[in-house]
Design a protein. Sequence first.
Length: 84
Amino acid sequence: MRKIVLAAAMVGALASCTATEKGTAIGAGTGAVIGGAVSNSWGGAAVGAVAGGLAGALIGHSTERRGYCVYRDRYGRTYEARCR
């Protein structure tokens, strides 16, 4: 019962977050679990949390602006514009 209440609280806390924040939280949590399981240490869990958080933030950010694509100009600078 305690685990169900804890899971419901976590889902409720994520309900008001943006897609980037949700992606970061989910990625960091998943990365920490996987990193800890693979390395069997706190250090591995910390590295996994950082890597998962970064990946989750990038994925979450990419879903916020639907219909926009990232382009690169001839000078190597990136910019966003409507997809062609």
